[in-house]
Design a protein around this ligand. Structure first.
Ligand code: ZN
Length: 234
């Protein structure tokens, strides 16, 4: 199983690794900083370099392990490569992902509205939540609470926790651990100081003051009891 450097070292853009396996146009490394698509967060893009050659990494997927799709004949098994992720894109994903956690917490705290889905990009994101329909005043209130919490500079940290402990100690409405397969015995908790603790395997910034200004850009009413909110960070 590939060592998931992206779960710990979210300040780094460069890493060294060895090619463990080649499968068609996909490469398996012993360790990687490339985030594989999942949890509403797109995969990282970037390059692998070895001996003066460069391969573009166009997609990253996690199945039994992490597969990096490259744009031409992959480096051979055993090759030592330098990987570089597109940091601007990744950092934007980290900001949007952290904003999404904060927004899920605000929606729950202020309106008892559970998050039912989310998708983020490098320049926008959306969240689905169980709520009938927000008024314009409520939108203004959500924006103001979000920007207050962002401005407070709350610390964000992540750590592993035994599933049983997490299930008994944490608020199930926030963690949604029950949605994970039974086989997963250890969960990764992402905690925003005094606000939120959620089970999540994505990447996040270390402080809410890195998020930027939060603004709602639109909505879709999805049936009678679900709203989709669209937002940007400025
Ligand atoms: Zn997350």
């Amino acid at each position: 199983m590939t060592e998931a450097l992206y779960l710990d070292e979210t300040g780094d853009a460069k890493f060294e690794a060895t090619v463990e396996r080649v499968a068609g146009d996909r490469v398996v490394l012993d360790r990687t900083l490339f985030y594989p698509e999942g949890g509403g967060q797109p995969s990282d893009t970037g390059v692998l370099e070895a001996d003066g050659e460069t391969w573009n990494v166009t997609a990253v997927r996690k199945k039994d392990t992490v597969y990096h799709t490259v744009d031409r004949t992959p480096p051979e098994k055993g090759t030592t490569v330098t990987g570089r992720i597109d940091w601007e894109r990744r950092y934007a994903h980290m900001r949007y992902h952290t904003a999404q956690h904060l927004l899920s917490a605000v929606l729950l705290d202020e309106y008892d509205a559970q998050t039912t889905g989310n998708q983020l990009y490098a320049d926008r994101a959306r969240i689905d939540c169980a709520y009938e329909r927000f008024s314009d005043e409520e939108f203004a209130h959500i924006e103001s609470v979000m920007n207050d919490r962002i401005g407070e500079g709350l610390e964000v940290r992540w750590y592993e926790m035994e599933r049983d402990e997490a299930e008994s100690a944490l608020d199930p409405e926030r963690t949604r651990i029950h949605l994970l397969p039974d086989s997963i015995r250890e969960v990764r908790i992402v905690e925003i100081e005094e606000c939120d603790r959620t089970a999540c395997a994505g990447t996040h910034v270390e402080n809410t003051d890195e998020i930027g200004e939060f603004r709602i850009t639109g909505r879709e009413t999805k049936g009678s009891d679900e709203e989709r909110l669209k937002f940007v960070l400025e």
